[in-house]
Ligand binder design. Structure first.
Ligand code: SF4
Ligand code: SF4
Length: 392
């Protein structure tokens, strides 16, 4: 039995198919079992005892990106991503892909500093030949200086307020320059910025591989840590961290970090973007799934871009389509991830923009990988990097 809660009972599905109309894995693989409705049907069969937890069935349930495009659109009120999370909990042993990688994630998630030192060594010694042979996905170099190394307070003598940063693992270890841009921008605008060395992974990777129970202590640790600093907001540069903290921590732990905010929300809500100016360029925007479908934040980044003098903003067709990253998905289902990404690259190319801006380090990683693989002459930036550039 998967659950007794109404919104996660797959047997309530009336098979209307609305959920698969936005499902990127279905729209690319064109296979019912690789789509939202198919996955719900498989989990219903499992729930009712008509299907067995086979390797093949698990494969379909784990091939979901957890992009949330299907969340909130089911006419009978099913929460499909939640059904998939529950399904993964019961299928994690029968899913065979990437067993070693998943084990490594479970072991390393409590020791991220050590894990990323090892990943940096791997990147230096073995990554390039494996990448050239197509055996591993794109991985940017791992920094020697993670941003969260020590507890940092960037003071401002006349601070207008204090803000905390939820750094997230990808910014901390892979894209620290994005975090530096945020610190620069906020301090220039008169904020005192606090980074907490005790921050741990938000837990999203553990939940995605079916270990929800092991995620809860991480969530509680972050909640304790961030609740104790007096800050106007806790700003995050990663939509997955923001979404998980805002929408999943409360139901999983009964508690949360109430002032967690995406960077776009913070800059628009506190109206701190006046006088931004950059060199003339044409820019388009890619909506990260967890920011768009997960948090409903789509207007804020556009307002920011349109407000920067020198930018000609061009809307991309299907800007809300997934780039195919999905965290571990891009490694475990590499070909499908690239096929989904190819469509995104085509949409980007058609805009004729010089720069594609997004608000997610994961999407940046995927777009950089696609740029290398498919070839596309375009700059890829996190929105905070562009804001920082326009403030200077
Ligand atoms: S979360 Fe995304 S990939 Fe998964 S079933 Fe829903 S729409 Fe499809
Ligand atoms: S939208 Fe809801 S009812 Fe319709 S197929 Fe999907 S899960 Fe079933």
């Amino acid at each position: 039995m998967i659950s007794i809660q109404n919104h996660i009972e797959p047997n309530r599905c009336v098979r209307c198919g609305i959920c698969k109309s936005l499902c990127p894995t279905y729209l690319t693989a064109l296979d019912e079992s690789m789509g939202a409705r198919g996955r719900v049907a498989l989990l219903r069969g499992l729930d009712e005892g008509k299907l067995k937890p086979t390797k093949n069935l698990s494969e379909k349930v784990f091939s979901c990106l957890l992009c949330e495009a299907c969340k909130g659109i089911c006419p009978v009120g099913l929460d499909i991503p939640e059904i998939i999370y529950q399904g993964r909990r019961s299928l994690r042993r029968s899913f065979s892909r990437g067993k070693l990688l998943r084990k490594a994630i479970r072991l390393s998630i409590h020791r991220m500093d050590t894990a990323f030192i090892l990943l940096r060594l791997f990147h230096k010694l073995f990554y390039q030949p494996l990448y050239r042979k197509g055996m591993v996905s794109y991985l940017p170099p791992v920094t020697q200086k993670p941003l969260k190394k020590i507890q940092n307070v960037f003071r401002n003598r006349k601070a207008i307020a204090r803000v905390g940063l939820f750094m997230g693992c990808s910014v901390n270890y892979l894209y620290p320059s994005i975090g530096e841009s945020l610190i620069d921008t906020l301090t220039k605008k008169g904020y005192e910025v606090v980074i907490l060395s005790g921050e741990v992974c938000c837990g999203a990777p553990l939940r995605s591989i079916g270990f929800e129970n092991e995620m809860i202590p991480l969530a509680k640790r972050n909640i304790e840590l961030f609740k104790n600093i007096k800050a106007k907001a806790i700003i995050s540069l990663c939509p997955t961290c923001t979404m998980v903290i805002r929408t999943q921590y409360p139901s999983l732990t009964g508690d949360g970090i109430p002032n967690i905010m995406d960077v776009n929300e913070f800059f628009i809500n506190y109206n701190i973007l006046k006088g931004l100016r950059t060199e003339q360029k044409t820019v388009t925007y890619h909506d990260p799934c967890h920011l768009n479908y997960g948090l409903g934040i789509t207007e804020e980044p556009r307002k920011i871009l349109i407000g920067i003098e020198g930018i000609r903003f061009v809307e991309m067709k299907n800007s809300q389509d997934c780039c195919g990253f999905g965290g571990l998905f891009s490694s475990l289902f590499r070909e499908l991830s690239i096929d989904i990404g190819r469509k995104k690259v085509e949409s980007i190319k058609k805009t004729g923009a010089q720069t594609v801006v997004t608000s997610c380090p994961g999407c940046i990683m995927q777009l950089e990988g696609l740029k290398k693989l498919i070839g596309i002459d375009i700059d890829i930036m996190h929105i905070i990097e562009l804001i920082d550039e326009a403030m200077n």
